[in-house]
Design a protein around this ligand. Structure first.
Ligand SMILES: C[S@@+](CC[C@H](N)C(=O)[O-])C[C@H]1O[C@@H](n2cnc3c(N)ncnc32)[C@H](O)[C@@H]1O
Length: 611
């Protein structure tokens, strides 16, 4: 923690600065208290990843809890550099998201803080991600300094301050570094040196840097923040007591009965009080707080005291939807959902968002920078044969190669050249769950191989095919990545030719499952099964595989519609088809899976066309 210099006797009007590091805060659970339910924050970052919901900008000012529309602030304006060029530049004025809130706190000995937090829980701030207990860096004083500071025979604090900051004994002037060092050498023994890092630096040999450390973007940003005294997303500052007050008379706030004349010794903590108690005098506070304030109060343990604080929340504190709500025009739907493919956040922006696309992408990137390295938007519907998406990179690095972990498998994809849809993970698993270890699977439209790989972990053998050479390359790579290359045989041909090749070869005797996952067209490929065994020797033993075929349907009765298409493709009605709705891909448009055993009559029928 980047603590400020240790000042045990603060000059008048000094503001003691307390830093809440983001690491600390991340570790802390949000207090589950009444305030949570009234804070306007319905979605967490994680929820927003999976949620499809969208939120409308709400103009009402929340009564409780932090809000960008509360506290002292600057106006927030999106910087649209050139809306004509459809490029907002993605610049965000982070300063304008700084909000300062007045809060009161009780300063208590560190050792009592958890007990008192428990006792006062209903009266504490309880803001999301803000810890009720704030630390005072200079208050964790080493005992030997404390002894030195409180020694009667020396001048205590003056003496210590002189030794630390190099002032001469009499006049308080700063010594030059040589005299200062000389003085330290005389004043401290060798053990004392280790506590003064500057002295060690001055005296010790220069250390060589062993290697160049590449600092990632987030760490670098944090480092920059530390330089200007900020660490993390919140900052608590104590506004000092009446004697040194710059901003008004605070004496009532300090409590008339509270400890005076005796300095705080040892570590202390601040218990941040509910926002409704800000600017209130002791008399106006609830009994439970008054009881705490009047407890203690002897020389070794001073009474808790009421102090006024400023709580500053920075850009990094606010969540994605809060920032977007402030940036985007009133009434605009806030894009709160996106899909994740490995490190890539995949937005699906509406037309109205397009003038703000880079701004939106920047906020998404900033707010999930631990998980996201690239933010893209889909620019066009999937139309091509390989089912790849037209994507525009809006923020982060331009690599569209991602590694996805799905159902325990590592799958590498290049979104620029192959098909991928994370939303099908459950469906893929469901399908594989119905296979057994005796199965031999043919995956006709396998893409980069998520079904084929999952099946390969379970079944005897998998034949996987795709028309897209890039998909086939990634499929082979994924087989190796998951150590399944011996169980999967990969093909690169048209689906129709593949089915024909498989079922007219000796492999046909072993194939038990066929997967046809090309919902746009797969049903139209079914006719290839007509007469597929016609050339086989009569009286032989044949397997009739189970075929799982996918389709979309916009019909009022999607099952009926899809069944009809299957029967027409196979020119057969007398067989059973199990129908299942997979998911609604658009309003009124279902994705379905139909599963049936290839009817013998179809396998020996007259072929509809030559291969
Ligand atoms: C909807 S994707 C499914 C991929 C995979 N099953 C998955 O779940 O990720 C369809 C795949 O079929 C491939 N494809 C399209 N037309 C094809 C054809 N005529 N023959 C073989 N594969 C084809 C595309 O390249 C694409 O990878």
């Amino acid at each position: 923690m980047a603590a400020s210099k240790l000042v045990l006797r603060p000059p008048p009007s000094l503001i003691l600065t307390l830093f809440l590091s983001s690491n600390q805060l991340r570790l802390l659970s949000t207090p589950a208290s009444a305030t949570l339910s009234i804070c306007r924050r319905p979605t967490s970052a994680v929820a927003s990843l999976s949620s499809q919901s969208q939120t409308l900008n709400s103009p009402t000012l929340p009564l409780y809890g932090p809000s960008l529309r509360k506290g002292s602030n600057l106006p927030i304006k999106p910087r649209i550099t050139d809306s004509e060029s459809d490029d907002d530049g993605g610049q965000i004025d982070e300063e304008s998201f700084k909000r300062v809130f007045d809060v009161s706190a009780i300063r208590v000995p560190a050792k009592d803080c958890f007990l008192l937090e428990e006792r006062l829980r209903g009266h504490l701030l309880n803001w999301p991600r803000i810890r009720n207990i704030a630390r005072v860096p200079g208050d964790d004083v080493e005992k030997r300094f404390l002894d030195l500071a409180t020694k009667e025979e020396t001048t205590g604090l003056d003496n210590l301050e002189r030794r630390m900051y190099g002032r001469a004994d009499g006049d308080g002037e700063r010594l030059n570094s040589v005299l200062y060092r000389d003085k330290l050498v005389k004043s401290f023994d060798s053990n004392g040196f280790v506590n003064f890092k500057n002295v060690v630096k001055m005296s010790g040999p220069l250390r060589r840097k062993k290697k160049v450390v590449v600092v990632d973007e987030k760490v670098r940003k944090l480092g920059e923040r530390n330089k200007d005294g900020r660490n993390g997303f919140a900052l608590v500052e104590v506004v000092e007591d009446a004697d040194g007050d710059e901003g008004g008379n605070w004496s009532g706030l300090l409590g008339d009965d509270c400890y005076r004349g005796v300095r705080w010794k040892g570590p202390t903590r601040l218990l941040l009080l509910d926002e409704s108690y800000a600017n209130k005098g002791v008399d106006e506070l609830p009994e439970a707080i008054k009881v705490v304030l009047s407890s203690g109060g002897h020389k070794t343990s001073p009474a808790p005291e009421l102090v006024r604080c400023k709580l500053t929340l920075f850009y990094s504190y606010w969540q994605m939807d809060e920032i977007l709500e402030a940036l985007l025009p009133d009434g605009m739907v806030i894009p709160s959902a996106f899909e994740m493919v490995g490190h890539i956040a995949h937005l699906n922006l509406r037309d109205e968002h397009l003038p703000y696309k880079k701004l939106i992408a920047k906020v998404v990137y900033d707010k999930h920078s631990s998980k996201i390295q690239t933010v893209v938007n889909k620019t066009d519907a999937i139309q091509n044969n390989y089912r790849t998406m037209q994507l525009e990179v809006l923020a982060g690095n331009h690599s569209l190669v991602a590694t996805v972990v799905e159902n325990g498998l590592r799958v590498q994809v290049d979104l620029a050249t192959v098909y991928w849809n994370s939303r099908l993970a459950t469906e893929r698993q469901r399908l594989v769950d119905c296979f057994t270890r005796d199965d031999v699977v043919c995956d006709v439209f396998a893409g980069v191989g998520p079904i084929a790989l999952a099946a390969a972990k379970k079944v005897k053998r998998v034949y996987a095919n795709d028309l897209n050479p890039q998909a086939v390359e990634y499929m082979e790579r994924n087989c190796v990545l998951n150590k399944l290359e011996r169980r999967v045989k990969v093909f690169n041909m048209d689906g129709r030719r593949f089915i024909h090749a498989m079922f007219t070869s000796s492999k046909a005797e072993s194939i038990t499952q066929v997967v046809m996952n090309l919902p746009g067209d797969a049903a139209e490929y079914l006719d290839v099964f007509k007469g597929i065994y016609r050339d086989k020797p009569k009286g032989g033993k044949f397997r009739y595989p189970t075929i799982h075929v996918y389709a979309f349907s916009k019909a009022e009765d999607p099952e009926f519609d899809f069944e009809k298409r299957i029967r027409i493709a196979l020119s057969e009605v007398a067989f059973e088809i199990k129908m299942r709705r997979v998911r609604l891909v658009a309003p009124g448009k279902w994705m379905l899976c139909g599963s049936f055993i290839l009817p013998q009559s179809v396998a020996f029928a007259k072929p509809s066309s030559d291969m």
